[in-house]
Every structure is written in C-alpha cells, then in structure tokens.
Unconditional design. Structure first.
Length: 121
C-alpha cells in the first residue's frame, strides 16, 4: 500500500484533528498521499485538491475522515470515479454510509483505524 496513491478526504489544517494527524503521519512514513480539502489548497506544506475528481493519478484507496453526512457524498464520488477501495475512519461511518458503499459494490473497510491497522499508531 505504501507505494500506491491514497487520497485522504477530510484533511484538516488544524494539527489537533485526526484529518491532519493521519495526513502528516502518512507523509512522514513515506506513503504516497494526496489530501482532499475544498477550503485549503495547502496543508502542512503540501498541496491539496478540492475534490477527488481533481486527482489525475490512479487512486488505490480513498481514506475518509469526514462526518458521516459528508462521507455519503464521498462514497458516491469514489464510485463515480471507479475507485473501488474505501476506508472509513472511526467517526466517518454510519449505517447509511455502509449501506450505500455495499450497494455501490465498493471494497469497504470500516470500524477500524487505518493507522492502527498499518502499525503506525
């Protein structure tokens, strides 16, 4: 996974929020990541994009760190872009999000922290 592109949706400029910590820690660990934040074009010195559709490289995984209401839209965007692998960080999931991902036949991981799973936290 380390050399595959991960899009992190919900990257935050606030260093106290998980959307920032995950982004920074993955960068420092050598992962290939692009942050998605529609309001901040640069976070922690790294350029970000406003939408998944602005990424011009193949995306292996969409890592979602947003409230469930926003996660629903991100799930739709991923499916529309033929991105199959989606990871919902704790707090980003809801039954509606999980149901939609299943309906759209996405490879979904939820109720697990990506950072813990990868041994980074």
């Amino acid at each position: 996974m380390k050399n595959k592109l991960i899009a992190i949706v919900g990257v935050s400029a606030d260093s106290q929020k998980y959307g920032n910590k995950i982004f920074v820690d993955l960068l420092q660990a050598g992962y290939k990541v692009i942050g998605v934040n529609p309001k901040k074009p640069v976070i922690s010195g790294q350029p970000t994009v406003g939408l998944l559709s602005e990424i011009d490289q193949p995306i292996e995984l969409v890592l979602i760190v947003t409230p469930p209401k926003i996660s629903l839209e991100i799930i739709r965007q991923a499916a529309n872009l033929s991105i199959k692998n989606v990871w919902l960080q704790p707090g980003a999931e809801s039954e509606a999000v999980i149901t939609l991902a299943d309906k759209l036949q996405l490879n979904l991981t939820h109720h697990q922290c990506f950072m813990v799973d990868q041994g980074l936290w």
